[in-house]
Design a protein around this ligand. Structure first.
Ligand code: PAF
Length: 282
């Protein structure tokens, strides 16, 4: 049976009842759960004795109050989904438990927060690092699971964890995609049908870059130009950035080698979408 805790003191009582030799897998979320989250939960269930999913919409990581207000809140169906896949505990804390202080002192995120999403969304990664640190303190997981769709977020969280929570293992998990290739995201629901069609070009162009690389073109600049040109052919797509970086970092590369990662962000229908793909021969 899945238990829901909304108060930290009740959660803490439950958490202290877990024997020390049991592994606790943790999937932090902001709710609006989809198949991408479920795949993280399944992985946690396969690897850990106990699984905790948190649901907390973190105001500190939004760049505008409008964006925060329009973020989907679907707690009841989120809880049902967690119960369906036999999550042990859903922790949906109140703000007063996560941030009891009046003025929150934000953590300074690592260098991995610079550029890309960090440049377009000032303060976003400080908010992410700060809330994940708080959640880690409360949940005390053995292993935490994050989706690689948010590539830069994973890099920032990895850095914060090595520094502040060296005993917690971060497990990045593969992006889950819809049939049209679009990476699953709670924001996809805001796309119109035509926007959705345009959005699917994002993964298609990244896939094409990987295949151009497999065919022998290792020049980063050429691959980036190809993706940008293909995306720009659709007038409803506003390309924010396309870049190729060394795996696990945000350092751009000039010559692409195995496991480097191509990152891109676009805006369609006013919805910001990000995606990335790894250069692998597999
Ligand atoms: O990826 C998310 O859903 C959020 O950024 C996270 C990691 C739960 C922190 O609020």
């Amino acid at each position: 049976m899945t238990t829901l805790f909304t108060s930290f003191s009740d959660f803490h009582l439950w958490r202290t009842s877990i024997p020390e030799n049991q592994t606790v897998g943790f999937v932090p979320t902001m709710g609006a759960l989809h198949a991408g989250h479920i795949s993280l939960i399944e992985r946690a269930k396969a690897e850990c004795d106990v699984v905790v999913v948190s649901i907390y919409v973190n105001a500190l990581q939004f760049n505008s109050t409008d964006d925060y207000a329009r973020y989907p809140r679907t707690e009841e169906s989120d809880f049902r989904l967690c119960a369906d896949v036999l999550v042990d505990t859903v922790f949906a804390p109140q703000q007063k438990d996560v941030f009891p202080e009046e003025v929150v002192e934000l953590l300074t995120p690592s260098q991995s927060s610079l550029g890309y999403e960090g440049a377009d969304r000032p303060g976003h990664f400080a908010g992410v690092a700060t809330v994940v640190d708080r959640l880690f303190r409360m949940v005390q997981p053995s292993i935490a699971y994050f989706g690689l769709k948010d590539y830069q977020q994973v890099a920032v969280i990895n850095d914060m964890t090595s520094l502040l929570h060296p005993n917690i293992v971060i497990t990045p998990c593969e992006t889950v995609r819809a049939d049209d290739g679009l990476a699953l995201s709670s924001r996809n629901r805001f796309l119109t049908p035509s926007g959705r069609k345009s959005a699917s070009l994002l993964s298609a162009t990244l896939k094409k870059a990987v295949s151009l690389w497999r065919d022998g073109d290792a020049r980063s600049i050429q691959l980036i130009e190809s993706v940008t040109a293909d995306l720009s052919q659709d007038s409803s797509i506003d390309v924010q950035y396309v870049s190729i970086v060394r795996n696990g970092t945000v350092e751009p590369v000039q010559t692409v080698s195995e496991n480097d990662v191509i990152l891109a962000a676009i805006v369609v229908d006013g919805v910001r979408l990000i995606d990335n793909m790894s250069f692998t021969n597999a």
